[in-house]
Design a protein around this ligand. Structure first.
Ligand SMILES: Nc1ncnc2c1ncn2[C@@H]1O[C@H](COP(=O)(O)OP(=O)(O)OP(=O)(O)O)[C@@H](O)[C@H]1O
Ligand SMILES: [Mg+2]
Length: 235
């Protein structure tokens, strides 16, 4: 079942602690975080700068090793997971970062196609068609052959969104994906993610400071000093 696991949660975090540094400098950044994320939902992570949002997001998305506690992503335990397990899981998820991490020497189309090439799915012509389709959905139909240096900040961010979504991920992790976007394209991105949740059961966990997005969220989790201080369903 896509995006749904035996436990019924897309992501299930329990008793997670995380530390940075070593020896005298070792500091605890995340304190006993537990969160169950329902499949198909849009969850927003909020909180002041340094409260641990990016750390929690990257731990849930297997971009960092889990040190203490349990993190189950799509039913698989990440604490102690093998390299092969992590590689396989990463193919089922999408990431959108504030720093969009596009390859400067590749066009918009080629950047989006890369996400399909790592999966080895389809031939080049099919990958190009899928990339063009997704770039059209984010409003970049007339920019498909542009290099990142010739795109605005918001346009680059939309390429990053297209790249994250083109492979139909089961879970999307997004770290301030609308920060570089004007109001209208920011809401387009969020509405796309919501529609994916409805249509395909895609689960989204998004860090944002953007108040306009809160209305669209199913759930709002607030972190402070590495702890969950509030967890509200937005009904
Ligand atoms: N690589 C690292 N080494 C040491 N400390 C780190 C590292 N990454 C994060 N931290 C610390 O962990 C805490 C949480 O950082 P994190 O990046 O998760 O915060 P954040 O909520 O995403 O903040 P922002 O809104 O500014 O992006 C901060 O105190 C930060 O200084
Ligand atoms: Mg951050």
């Amino acid at each position: 079942m896509d995006g749904v696991t035996k436990t019924g949660f897309a992501v299930s975090v329990s008793g997670m602690n995380h530390y940075f540094g070593s020896g005298e400098a070792r500091k605890q950044a995340i304190w006993d975080v537990s969160l169950d994320i329902a499949p198909g939902s849009l969850t927003v992570l909020m909180g002041p700068s340094g409260s641990g949002k990016t750390t929690v997001l990257t731990l849930m998305g297997c971009l960092r090793d889990v040190q203490e506690g349990s993190v189950r992503l799509l039913g698989e335990e990440l604490n102690g997971a093998s390299g092969a397990q992590v590689v396989a899981l990463r193919k089922r998820i999408g990431f959108i970062f504030q720093a969009h991490n596009l390859h400067g020497s590749l066009t918009a189309t080629q950047n989006v196609m890369m996400a399909l090439q790592v999966h080895g799915s389809g031939d080049t012509a099919a990958q190009r068609r899928a990339a063009h389709h997704m770039l059209g959905l984010v409003g970049l139909a007339d920019r498909v052959n542009y290099l990142p240096q010739n795109l605005s900040g918001g346009q680059k961010q939309r390429v990053a969104v297209a790249r994250a979504l083109v492979s139909n991920p089961e879970v999307v992790f997004a770290d301030e994906p609308t920060a570089a976007l004007d109001k209208e394209s920011g809401m387009t991105v969020v509405d796309m993610l919501k529609d994916l949740g409805r249509l395909r059961g895609t689960t989204t966990v998004m860090v944002t400071h953007d108040n306009r997005i809160l209305d669209r969220a199913d759930r709002i989790v607030t972190l402070e000093d590495g702890r969950v201080v509030s967890d509200k369903n937005n009904t």
